[in-house]
Design a protein around this ligand. Structure first.
Ligand code: GDP
Ligand code: MN
Ligand code: MN
Length: 253
């Protein structure tokens, strides 16, 4: 969709967001693509955002705390944090790297996402169980994308805290059919100066807007579709490569 502004072609400054209602409580084995297709008429170019919670449930990532036998490290951390040692063991099991063990567990997951408690949720799970993040959310997004029957992008979101900022916001933990980053390098600013370093984390921007519509509590709305966005279809990651990360070594030192 293009608008004519001042004689130049530019992207239309209009974006529609649709909250999909009527999604059931998701169980292991549920076909999320089928459920979404039955409730919403997707079009080519749409961006489907799904809360990681429902993707994880469909993938059977809920666990009983009794499945975990906490080792000495988990027990020690749990004592200091005042947490259930089984929960701490679950977080350690999902962690590829441990950045902080006090005053909370800040870890990097096996798929490269850095967050508190490895993104393990105890809300919206039920039955006193915990819910791990999907094992490989980009792979989950790609599988969903292929089952949608249209040329759509898929973003799997999670609500996350941010360093240096108050309040939680939605971020992308997995994506497919959309580039993680839009590369502005080489584009000219208002005064003709070429941008040198700007990579825009578009999947996080979209995830954040989706999260705003989904809500955090019992709304039962884990799926949002955005229509009207133009986006690059592949490239990049929002997970900072360890070798480029200047904050990580300072936290760990
Ligand atoms: P997260 O941000 O991925 O951790 O997910 P949240 O627990 O914050 O939930 C996001 C949205 O999805 C909220 O509106 C929840 O009520 C909703 N939600 C979570 N699980 C389910 C489910 O199984 N079925 C439905 N319909 N909604 C769910
Ligand atoms: Mn979550
Ligand atoms: Mn949330």
């Amino acid at each position: 969709m293009l608008d004519e502004i001042s004689g130049k072609k530019t992207e239309a400054a209009s974006l529609q967001g649709y909250l999909i209602r009527g999604i059931p409580v998701i169980k292991e084995g549920d076909d999320l693509a089928l459920i979404v297709r039955s409730l919403f008429d997707l079009q080519d170019g749409d961006v489907l955002c799904l809360a990681s919670t429902v993707v994880a449930k469909a993938e059977g990532r809920s666990r009983d705390l009794d499945e975990y036998s906490p080792g000495p490290r988990a027990q020690k951390i749990a004592l200091i944090l005042g947490k259930d040692p089984r929960f701490v063991q679950a977080v350690l099991d999902e962690a590829e790297d441990l950045l902080l063990d006090y005053p909370f567990l800040l870890v990097t997951t096996s798929f490269g996402h850095t967050c508190v408690n490895a993104g393990i949720d105890q809300s919206n799970v039920g039955g006193g169980r915990i819910l791990l993040l999907p094992e490989d959310p980009c792979a989950s997004a790609e599988a969903l994308r292929r089952s949608l029957g249209k040329e759509c992008a898929v973003i799997i979101t999670d609500t996350c805290g941010r360093p240096f900022r108050c309040g939680v916001a939605g971020v992308a933990v997995g994506w497919a059919g959309v580039a993680a980053l839009r590369d502005w390098r080489g584009a000219k600013d208002l005064h003709g100066k070429a941008l040198e370093i700007t990579l825009e984390a578009i999947v996080d921007e979209i995830a954040s807007a989706a999260n705003l519509l989904m809500g955090e509590a019992g709304d039962g709305t884990p799926a949002v579709v955005f229509r009207g966005l133009r986006y690059p279809q592949s490239g990049g990651t929002v997970f900072m490569p360890i070798e480029k990360d200047v904050i990580r070594p300072r936290i760990k030192s």
